[in-house]
Design a protein around this ligand. Sequence first.
Ligand code: ZN
Ligand code: ZN
Ligand code: ZN
Ligand code: ZN
Ligand code: ZN
Ligand code: ZN
Ligand code: ZN
Length: 341
Amino acid sequence: MGIRQFNKLLTRAAGTIALSSVLALGLPITPAAVVHAQDCDHAIFAWEELTEPTCTSTGKKAKVCQECEAVLETESIGKADHDGKWEITKASTCAAFGVKSLICQNCLEVIETQSIPKKNHSYKWETTKTATCSEEGERVYKCKNCGVIQTREKKEKKSHSAVWVTKKPATCTAEGSKQRICKNCDAVVDTAVIQKKNHSCKWETTKTSTCASYGVKSHKCKNCGYVDETKTIDKKKHKYGSWGVKAVTVNGQTVKVTQTRTCTNCKSPLTVAGTSASFGKRHDAGSYYYKFTPSSGRIVVLCTDCHKSVTGTVNGNYLKFTRPKKDNSKPTSNGWKAVRK
Ligand SMILES: [Zn+2]
Ligand SMILES: [Zn+2]
Ligand SMILES: [Zn+2]
Ligand SMILES: [Zn+2]
Ligand SMILES: [Zn+2]
Ligand SMILES: [Zn+2]
Ligand SMILES: [Zn+2]
């Protein structure tokens, strides 16, 4: 005990010391004179705590003489206050009130309870069914804590998202077909015909021409064989080889020459003939000679008796002769041939 507290107690001691109250506590009190020396007047005393009070039980203190240690008086000390602390004993929800309690940390006594107000609902949109092209969807405005639904809302059907798909390709002989199919639900939204394709025609020789006959070419589809047009192919031109002399005949005063050549393609012969104008006199065939150029068919026929000659040239399909003219050539040089009798 400090000096200051001790002095305080001294001051209090100056007040009344009621023996009756000590007696009331039933303490065995003996007159001081019996216990103590005559000279102890219990002038210096102090209150000492015997039992500490708690929140459930009272304590006890005693007034003790500091000199002779006699217990002069005892007193009860009132219960201590509870050490209360608020605790949530039941949390509130959006559906129910909660409870909070003031609980003593020492004795666990519930000193007081109070109601906790309900929480607000905490709403959120939630899709309960996704819309498809065939069915409506739905979403709800729902409390995420208690599940209560405030609003329901339909969501419109989606529109189809369709693309054209060829089911059967068109050809040049048949129509095709196509469908518009929804990518999401496979529904066929539309069906249409695909127009026939145009033929894809190309000229093709169906019969080769020759020098003797016409050929045929057809404008024919390479896909289906359809022919939309035919044309005649011109005959080929004969391709002749060199001329040859077939016959030289003297007939009175004229000379007749027959020449021929052959087509290398078709083997058909081309024969030309011509008769000269009159030489003026009748000579024996033995007097005649001729000089011939195979490439052009030019022929010179000379009579050594009358010293005249005619020149024949091929003109289309006959041999055309010049009129006989003076010619003093001697048929001795190379190239001259005698006309056979
Ligand atoms: Zn005393
Ligand atoms: Zn308590
Ligand atoms: Zn709620
Ligand atoms: Zn759809
Ligand atoms: Zn076709
Ligand atoms: Zn020919
Ligand atoms: Zn002659």
